[in-house]
Ligand binder design. Structure first.
Ligand code: KIV
Ligand code: ZN
Length: 514
């Protein structure tokens, strides 16, 4: 058996479906390009039946990404599978991923199906998927780790016979333990090894982190024979998240003695990937997060500092450089031209079209008027907050605040070519400005979360604002950046409102989340 473990990245599907993590199409594409640089083998781009936007996002990622496989998720239903296959039409290396639950509790209380019916549905789903997307079909037995192992064996046989190339046995609810999952893989692989077609099949492990065991379980699954591991950048995902890509990959790298497996991941792209995801979603990376947290390589105690100065390996089991953590670089000033800007963007992994570069250049010049020195982080923030025009019903033009209690805000936006302005009062400047935005877009939201942080140290730093706003019972995230934090906050609120307007009415009942 090969010692290569394929990385199936589901940041854009399982990760994105967790509350408040939804991404615009252009953000998914941006993240997908970074995942390609990171060297994952498969990018699961989404669940196309969920909505028109989701379908389009998968279709665009599939058309753009060439180096990795692009996967689309579908329930074991013909409508889902046909839609996913359509979204993958232009993918160079498509994977159709279909799933059905296998545990008794899911069969009885969710699907209301017998085991025999599930076997038939799996057979039909994989057969159709293989007809529509011959290069690669993945079959997942949802809630595998709480399923009867002999039923898993039966389901796996059916899926292999119908043409599945990948058999995924997920720990959907984060319930299993390392010892148990290793045995489960050994059992199912052993019992299905003589099924015709089994020689081409790769077993896959997909773990959730409800007990904090997702990475440990993924490592154990690899020891038990899994040769694909499904993970997300920074471990984002349903509830407590999925297997964290960076932790799994670096555990293999650092502990080759215990886990002699290899991946194709370019580890120096780990920190840039995690940073980009954080800027896109607004999710702050906990300081103590392994590998990518701000303190992951910080040595506070005198004894540790002394040791690290003498020999970094006294307290470091891997180097910051090996995961792409470098000191923040001063990149550009106001005299840097378009060529300098383009070059730095390329070095950071962002290839921009002439149009996008022009837009970025204007923002950059604007920023240098307020801030003398522009750092890599500022540039990344400018790039990720550049808005996809097709989503942008309203563009912020101006914010003016008069102090006092109550505060008075004047907000002017551009809708199409038309300026629209409103004033509103509120408890403070942010409250007043948000109310003015609500008057403009004609919808009232409930602010669920509001964070402001500085992109870089220094008083003139760019302020990043992140909001979660509940419109019509659903949460939308928004982000904005500006040297004026009130303006950053209003941009973030507009961003969430624009997302709400763009997605309103496009979600299909019952298929929004898996
Ligand atoms: O957790 C899970 O079971 C899933 C499947 C759809 C693979 O995300
Ligand atoms: Zn999952």
């Amino acid at each position: 058996m090969s010692n290569r473990v394929e990385i199936f990245d589901t940041t854009l599907r399982d990760g994105e479906q967790s509350p408040g993590m939804s991404m615009h199409q252009h953000e998914k594409i941006r993240m997908a390009r970074q995942l390609e640089r990171l060297g994952v083998n498969t990018i699961e781009a989404g669940f196309p039946i969920a909505s028109e936007q989701e379908f389009e996002a998968v279709r665009r990622v599939a058309g753009e990404i060439k180096a990795c496989r692009v996967a689309a998720l579908a329930r074991a239903l013909p409508t889902d599978i046909e839609r996913a296959a359509q979204a993958l039409e232009h993918a160079e290396k498509p994977t159709l991923h279909t799933f059905i639950a296998s545990s008794d509790i899911h069969l009885k209380d969710k699907l209301r199906m017998t085991r025999q019916q599930v076997l038939e549905a799996a057979h039909n789903a994989v057969t159709l998927a293989k007809q529509l997307v011959p290069p690669r079909v993945e079959f997942s037995a949802e809630d595998a780790t709480r399923s009867d192992w002999d039923f898993l064996v039966a389901l796996t046989k059916v899926a292999i016979e119908a043409g599945a190339d990948i058999i995924n046995l997920p720990d959907t609810v984060g319930y299993t333990t390392p010892g148990e999952i290793k045995e489960m893989f050994e059992y199912v692989i052993g019992k299905t090894k003589n099924v015709p077609g089994a020689e081409r099949v790769i077993f896959s492990s997909h773990n959730h982190n409800d007990l904090g065991l997702a990475v440990a379980n993924a490592l154990a699954a690899a020891a038990g024979g899994a040769r694909q591991v499904e993970c997300t950048v920074s471990g984002i995902g349903e509830r407590a998240g999925n297997t964290s890509l960076e932790e799994f990959v670096m555990a293999l790298r650092v502990r080759q003695d215990s886990y002699p497996f290899e991946t194709d991941v370019v580890t120096t792209e780990i920190v840039p990937s995690s940073t980009l995801l954080s800027k896109i979603t607004g999710m702050a990376i906990p300081y103590n997060k392994p590998i990518v947290g701000r303190n992951a390589f910080a040595h506070e105690s005198g004894i540790h500092q002394h040791g690290v100065i003498a020999n970094a390996r006294t307290y470091e089991i891997m180097t910051p450089d090996s995961v792409g953590l470098h000191k923040s670089q001063l990149v550009l000033g106001k005299h840097s031209g378009r060529a300098g800007l383009a070059k730095r963007c390329e070095e950071l992994g962002y290839k921009l079209s002439a149009d996008d570069l022009q837009k970025l250049y204007e923002k950059f010049i604007d920023l240098t008027a307020k801030k003398k020195e522009v750092y890599d982080e500022d540039l990344v923030m400018l790039i990720v907050s550049a808005y996809d025009e097709e989503f942008q019903a309203y563009q912020l033009d101006q914010v003016r605040i008069s102090g006092g209690v109550p505060a008075l805000a004047y907000v002017k936006v551009i809708k199409g070519d038309q300026p629209v302005a409103e004033t509103a009062t509120g408890d403070g400047p942010v409250d007043a400005a948000f109310r003015a935005v609500e008057k403009i877009v004609n919808v009232v939201g409930r602010l669920e979360q509001f964070e402001i942080r500085a992109t870089t140290p220094g008083k003139e730093a760019l302020g990043e604002a992140y909001v979660t706003v509940n419109f019509d019972g659903k949460d939308y995230r928004g982000k904005g950046a500006d040297t004026d934090i009130i303006v950053a906050a209003v941009k973030a609120y507009m961003d969430a409102a624009n997302m709400y307007i763009a997605l309103k009415g496009t979600m299909q009942q019952g298929a929004a989340a898996v």
